[in-house]
Design a protein around this ligand. Structure first.
Ligand code: HEC
Ligand code: HEC
Ligand code: HEC
Ligand code: HEC
Ligand code: HEC
Ligand code: HEC
Length: 413
């Protein structure tokens, strides 16, 4: 009886022990291929690691492709991610070799990442490692510039069409003139009349003609008028404004090369009216480690450290600015409307210095509200009701104007 229960207990403990062993010693085969894990891992990777790592490319840190086979063990990877300096300090050979290879750049410690999080990140890295190379597509920002190039190619077509019509008109006129001359030659004309018919068309005779004077006066007047109108319309319009900033912060490096999500820094877009400029604390998440810039060396980054130490906020120069009478809300456009930053701000991720891309006039707001369809799938119940009411009036695809996007009170206090 006693013996029996003993063996039952020992069986139980062996089971627990084996179970614990399999949980603790995960190896490369255990990396999940579950799409849910991969996509969770992708998000974590983008948020925490992408500033320094790519899967297939060396950046601040090594390319992480195949790291689960290269590093001593999965558990080693876990402890390294949790606290790399502790692993290095412990005298671990692999870690120290890597550390000196990367000029003693310290990796951020991610103590808040749980083991399953790290397994998800590894699932993502493995999926990316095994992905076949796809032909690189040009990395144009979504919607960036397409509208402008579309409208300018439109203009080109119109211009070419007009030139063709003009040339055809000239040819027809030439035929008419020679036909008239031949007709007049058959008539009985006085010498004087014959001279007029055959008078050569010279530059001088054209310049002196009334028609020519009229055309010149007309063109000069039209250009002058256009200039005045353009001047009037651009009062207070600051398209292209790109002031020098107190720190040479580059979106091309951070949002372009490092692919840091806009919302990581401009946290306001998700909830607030304002997009907000990041505080120095957000910069310090990385710049307590990264102290050298590729073009500016230590100088510019030192200003961040200085602002952090002294607590004096960095005085960024504001670029986009609506007059007080207008109300604009980021979260409404980005979260509810699903409008990309680049649609309004242009290809920010290619700019070393931010410049104002759009006009930011009332006409610009209204124009988009007239053209843009509402995404009715997001808030289906609400829009179903609206569609029901509107369908009586025959409005099918919902534009922003159909939900009141042209009402003065929506944009003006
Ligand atoms: C501030 C930059 C930085 C960030 C952020 C960062 N790393 Fe690193 N990582 C490095 C550097 C640099 C090394 C090379 C070792 C060293 O210098 O400490 C490294 C090494 C590694 C290694 C070992 C690579 C090898 O070849 O064995 C792994 C694994 C790793 N990082 C994973 C991650 C993961 C996962 C994240 C995100 C959770 C992350 N790192 C975020 C800079 C960074
Ligand atoms: C690493 C942090 C960071 C990231 C990532 C980032 N920004 Fe910025 N952004 C800033 C800082 C700092 C400023 C103020 C300095 C300047 O204008 O360059 C700024 C300024 C701007 C401005 C001009 C603000 C004004 O004064 O009117 C716009 C617009 C902008 N960012 C859009 C974006 C977009 C779009 C993205 C993503 C493609 C992005 N940012 C990614 C930090 C960031
Ligand atoms: C997620 C990480 C991360 C954040 C957040 C971040 N940076 Fe950086 N920054 C980097 C890295 C990495 C480099 C170096 C890039 C390289 O060497 O190619 C860098 C480079 C720079 C440089 C040097 C540019 C040059 O051309 O030499 C400046 C200046 C800079 N950052 C300013 C800022 C400011 C200001 C903020 C906060 C608004 C900020 N950074 C936030 C990662 C970050
Ligand atoms: C529908 C057009 C539109 C979209 C989409 C949009 N913005 Fe803006 N943004 C504006 C306008 C207009 C202003 C000026 C607002 C003001 O002066 O009140 C502005 C101002 C800003 C500013 C500086 C002032 C502030 O609000 O803090 C930043 C930073 C900014 N935008 C970043 C972003 C980012 C990042 C995204 C994408 C996540 C984005 N914007 C999407 C139109 C837009
Ligand atoms: C690129 C297109 C675009 C531009 C430019 C734009 N908007 Fe919008 N706006 C939208 C979309 C899309 C919505 C609908 C969001 C939703 O689904 O509720 C919207 C909704 C709104 C609403 C809420 C309307 C309502 O009845 O609920 C206001 C207010 C508004 N925009 C103000 C502005 C102002 C002010 C500007 C100019 C400074 C502007 N918008 C520029 C696309 C744009
Ligand atoms: C979609 C948003 C929107 C709607 C709807 C809208 N406005 Fe505006 N309005 C603006 C913005 C943005 C400005 C600031 C433009 C600028 O600074 O050039 C403005 C400027 C003005 C101005 C100042 C004059 C000027 O051009 O700077 C007047 C007056 C005005 N609006 C009247 C109206 C009236 C009346 C209506 C209703 C018929 C209306 N607005 C509807 C966005 C809107």
């Amino acid at each position: 009886m006693i013996k029996n229960s003993n063996s039952a207990a020992s069986k139980f403990f062996t089971l627990v022990f084996v179970f614990a062993l399999t949980v603790l010693t995960t190896n490369a085969q255990d990396i999940s291929t579950d799409p849910a894990a991969i996509s969770a891992g992708e998000q974590l990777f983008n948020a925490n690691c992408k500033a320094c790592h790519r899967v297939k490319q060396k950046l601040v840190g090594p390319a992480l492709a195949d790291v689960y086979n290269r590093a001593p063990s999965i558990d080693w990877i876990k402890s390294f991610i949790h606290n790399s300096s502790a692993v290095i300090a412990s005298g671990d050979e692999y870690a120290n070799k890597l550390y000196s290879e990367y000029n003693k750049t310290q990796m951020t410690a991610f103590s808040s990442l749980k083991d399953p999080d790290i397994m998800n990140i590894l699932a993502y890295i493995k999926a990316e490692t095994e992905k076949k190379e796809v032909a690189a597509t040009p990395a144009a920002g979504p919607g960036a510039g397409t509208e402008q190039s579309a409208s300018s190619s439109y203009l080109n077509v119109i211009m070419i069409g007009m030139v063709i019509v003009l040339v055809l008109l000239l040819i027809v006129l030439g035929f008419l003139v020679s036909a008239l001359k031949r007709f007049l030659d058959q008539k009985d004309l006085t010498e004087e009349e014959k001279e007029i018919v055959h008078s050569p068309i010279t530059a001088g005779s054209i310049v002196r003609s009334r028609g020519f004077m009229f055309v010149v006066v007309f063109i000069v007047a039209a250009l002058g008028f256009k200039g005045v109108i353009n001047g009037l319309f651009s009062i207070g319009v600051q398209q292209g404004y790109a002031p020098k900033q107190p720190i040479a912060f580059s979106h091309k490096i951070h949002a372009g090369q490092l692919e840091i999500d806009c919302k990581y820094c401009h946290t306001g877009v998700l909830k607030n009216k304002s997009a907000t400029i990041p505080s120095v604390n957000i910069c310090m998440n990385c710049h307590n480690q990264v102290k050298q810039g590729p073009t500016t060396g230590e100088g510019e980054i030192a200003k961040i450290l200085e602002a952090y130490k002294t607590g004096v906020p960095i005085e960024w120069v504001r670029i986009h600015n609506l007059p007080d009478l207008a109300y604009f809300n980021h979260s409404q456009h980005v979260v509810v409307g699903g409008v990309e930053c680049q649609t309004c701000h242009g290809p920010i991720e290619t700019m070393d210095v931010v410049r104002q891309h759009s006009l930011l006039t009332m006409g610009w707001c209204i124009d988009c509200h007239r053209k843009t369809d509402i995404d009715t799938t997001k808030n289906a119940a609400y829009y179903d009701k609206m569609l029901h009411i509107h369908n009586g009036k025959g409005i099918k695809p919902f534009k922003v104007e159909d939900i009141g996007g042209l009402e003065c009170g929506k944009c003006h206090y």
